[in-house]
Write a protein that binds this ligand. Structure first.
Ligand code: NAI
Ligand code: MG
Length: 331
């Protein structure tokens, strides 16, 4: 297994080495390929991600990605968008369930849902025009893109409650009635029950009644926004992992960005990145290791070894070391 490691910028440089140290504690046979990509590289060379970086990544099986600070350049094209498109990572999977002993901002303590977000088209098609007095972005919803994300959601639902919620804005957007009809058709074909929600109502309900939901499937921008809502009710961005899955490659990353406001202080929460490693272990079929890692995270949180965003006083490295020690000490 060959893993490209892209810490990126800001706290990405702090949390990814810690997550890698936790992975190393398992002693698995994984070849790591470190890559410098991001804002720092853009400042130095004028390019955040080169074609050569891209071909190195394509030779790897998967990527562990931190976060990239967006350069202040109107012509800058998002590195993550390019990676998702060129590696055809069409499914963005974001699970949300409160971790044991985590203080939540609302009184909903029991929920467990997954956001399955189309990851290569929609509002992030990259088809844009910027004129002096008007700007256009073309929202692309294709049959192929909608079918494969709906299939992905159904295959996740088959292992859970056999139900999906299709999230859209079909009352306004024709492209979304197209998306909805494809998703519901795929669900019927798979014997999966479904309901639908308008995205604005969904944002509202997710805050008030998250326990009602299991597998949500939606388009790119809506999934991006809803997953930050979901992160807020789950205890914060510092805790939430994600997987970007394609047929050949996969990329695992925390949901959060490079957090320039706390970067360089050694206080970023590494748990989102460590749980992204856990999703990578699951993708590799290493269920036992994934289980061990989940238990290690729960137990370290229970002991109060947590970073300032969770009300603790431990550093990024201290939290990571405590989790790695739990992994090593499993009999
Ligand atoms: P952000 O996620 O970096 O930070 C939002 C807030 O959450 C900040 O107050 C930050 O301190 C806090 N936070 C985030 N992760 C944390 C962690 N692990 N531990 C403790 N606190 C944490 O979002 P923001 O500020 O909107 O973006 C900063 C930069 O990151 C921008 O340049 C943005 O474009 C980029 N970004 C990159 C992403 C990526 O590469 N995947 C995703 C989101 C933003
Ligand atoms: Mg986002």
């Amino acid at each position: 297994m060959k893993l490209a490691v892209v810490p990126g910028d800001g706290i990405g440089k702090e949390v990814i080495p810690v997550a890698l140290a936790v992975l190393d504690a398992f002693g698995l046979d994984i070849e790591k390929v470190p890559l410098e990509i991001g804002y720092g590289k853009w400042e130095r060379t004028g390019s955040a991600l080169t074609d050569e970086d891209m071909s190195v990544i394509k030779e790897c099986d998967c990527v562990l990605f931190g976060a990239i600070t967006t350069p202040p350049d109107p012509n800058y094209k998002s590195v993550l968008m390019r990676l998702r498109k060129e590696l055809d990572l069409y499914a963005n999977i974001r699970p949300f369930a409160p971790l044991a002993n985590v203080k939540l901002p609302c009184n909903k303590k029991v929920f467990d849902f997954v956001i399955v977000r189309e990851n290569t088209e929609g509002m992030y098609s990259g088809i844009e025009e910027l004129h002096e007095n008007v700007a256009y972005t073309t929202r692309v919803i294709s049959r192929k893109g909608s079918e494969r994300i709906a299939e992905n959601a159904c295959s996740i639902a088959k292992k859970r409650k056999k139900h999906i919620t299709v999230v859209h804005k079909a009352n306004v957007l024709k492209s979304d009635s197209f998306f909805r009809d494809i998703c519901t058709g795929v669900a019927r074909r798979n014997g999966i029950s479904y309901n639908e929600m308008l995205v604005d109502a969904m944002a509202y309900d997710l805050v008030l009644r998250p326990e009602k939901y299991d597998v949500l499937v939606t388009t790119n921008l809506f999934g991006d926004i809803l997953s930050d809502v979901a992160a807020a009710i789950s205890g914060g961005l510092g805790l939430c992992p994600s997987a970007n899955i394609g047929n050949r490659h996969a990329l695992f990353e925390p949901i959060h960005g490079s957090a320039p406001d706390i970067a360089g202080r050694g206080i970023a929460n590494p748990i989102a990145s460590i749980l992204s490693v856990r999703m990578m272990l699951q993708w590799m079929g290493l269920e036992t290791e994934a289980q061990v890692l989940g238990n290690a995270v729960d137990s370290v949180i229970q002991k109060g070894i947590v970073s300032p965003d969770m009300g603790g006083s431990y550093s990024t490295i201290e939290v990571g070391n405590a989790i790695a020690a739990k992994v090593i000490n499993v009999p």
